[in-house]
Write a protein that binds this ligand. Structure first.
Ligand code: NIG
Ligand code: FE
Length: 411
């Protein structure tokens, strides 16, 4: 058994957990002082006043870790990333910055299709090295669970290659998402034809080798429509995949409404949604995933976070790290933008980056808050949680506890 003692403060987020990560108030962070945590087999066994550690467990304590002057809180969860990719898209950045739109670049064969070429030309071993390096960068920022999408393969060989790479990653928890329906490769005449190919050839392989937990699709003009997506996603559900949707990012295309109808885990981006979609999302179990760092890069509007939260929606925030619309994996900057540009309170951002994100990944029963029975995955902060999502160059995150080890993070 491991004892975490002397913490200046422990944020358990128990209050937020009781409310299903909705309507978060400051007190839902559940800040405890004078408390300690007991860990057994990577699970939280007990949390209580340090002076009241049960006598029966004293002799079972094998290791004591001092959290003196530190704040302890759940580790972060990245619930939306495209971390398996090869190559950069430097030219495209400059084009977008001088006025060519994301869709126009895509229509000219750039964007996702150019990342496809780079991934196809990269061996599985090299792709794994590249991806693990990026994963380590998330870990260094205090992330314990990372969702990673395929979606730059766009054919049987390279989609499977991407998902197999995710399966081999180390040092965090991973959620694997099949995003074969990310763009339409040139060899297919239509979205419909391509979705039929994914359904017939890639779904069975994913099922056979258990290569994904979820299926995602990019519902957008020039990509996939609601009508085309519905049966494809339903089929995914039939083979055991949970549904998530890149929804209403560049235009109001109906992705959020479809997510609600299909009982998706999350609707992501949701920049263009209006009052009707906000209300329906808030009344559903679908988590709204907000990606403000991508919105900064895309120079587009930010999602209506305030309206969503005030309507009772559960939201998560994440980087959307990818080589096109968000070539940055900066967790602090993402939270900072959520505060500055989406007017979220600090407590709302903290909950969205932990428990909210756990909900988006269906891991809320074991992660996202520090409660008895849940996984012991947490971070130490220097001094005060008020230092989170404050500076883009400094972070107060100093350590990460994962798999029974406390790692000091590079600062
Ligand atoms: O989440 N919108 C679609 N997919 C990504 C961008 C992927 C890319 O441009 O490579 C996104 O923004
Ligand atoms: Fe994305």
């Amino acid at each position: 058994m491991i004892l975490i003692k002397d913490a200046k403060q422990i944020l358990t987020l128990e209050g937020a957990a009781k409310k299903g990560a909705r309507h978060t108030l400051d007190q839902d962070l559940t800040a405890l002082t004078g408390h300690a945590i007991l860990i057994e087999k990577n699970k939280i066994k007990w949390i209580g006043p340090q002076k009241e550690i049960p006598k029966t467990v004293f002799k079972k304590i094998k290791k004591e870790i001092s959290a003196k002057n530190k704040v302890v809180m759940p580790a972060f969860t990245e619930c939306h990333t495209h971390t398996v990719f090869a190559g950069e898209r430097y030219t495209e950045f400059e084009m977008r910055n001088t006025g060519v739109s994301y869709q126009e670049i895509a229509a000219r064969g750039g964007g996702i299709l150019s990342s496809r070429k780079a991934l196809a030309a990269t061996s599985k071993a090299d792709l794994l090295k590249l991806t693990q390096k990026r994963v380590d960068k998330f870990i260094q920022q205090g992330v314990a669970t990372i969702e990673i999408k395929s979606g730059y393969g766009l054919d049987l060989e390279n989609e499977i290659k991407s998902l197999e790479v995710v399966k081999k990653l180390k040092s965090a928890n991973f959620v694997k998402t099949f995003l074969g329906a990310h763009a339409i490769p040139k060899e297919f005449g239509s979205a419909k034809e391509y979705l039929a190919y994914l359904s017939e050839f890639i779904y069975p392989e994913i099922k056979r080798k258990k290569l994904a937990d979820r299926v995602d699709i990019f519902i957008e003009k020039g990509f996939f429509s609601v009508e085309e997506s519905r049966s494809y996603l339903e089929l995914g559900k039939k083979i055991g995949l949970d549904i998530v949707i890149h929804a209403d990012q560049l235009s109001l295309s109906g992705g959020t409404e479809l997510a609600v109808q299909l009982g998706a885990l999350s609707a992501d981006h949701i920049i263009q949604i209006q009052d009707k979609e906000i209300k329906n999302l808030a009344q559903s179990e679908v988590t709204g995933v907000l990606l403000p760092l991508a919105d900064l890069y895309m120079k587009c509007a930010y999602p209506p976070a305030r309206k969503l939260i005030d309507a009772g929606a559960r939201v998560a925030v994440s980087t959307d790290f990818n080589p096109g619309s968000c070539p940055s994996q900066d967790v602090q900057m993402t939270g900072l933008l959520a505060r500055l540009e989406m007017k979220m309170t600090l407590a709302e951002v903290i909950v969205a980056y932990t428990l909210g994100a756990s909900y988006a990944l269906k891991r809320q029963a074991t992660e996202g808050s520090l409660e008895v029975g849940k996984s012991a995955q947490f971070i130490f902060l220097e001094d005060s949680y008020a230092g989170l999502f404050y500076s883009s160059t400094e972070t107060c995150v100093t350590h990460r506890f994962f798999d029974e080890t406390l790692e000091k993070l590079v600062k």
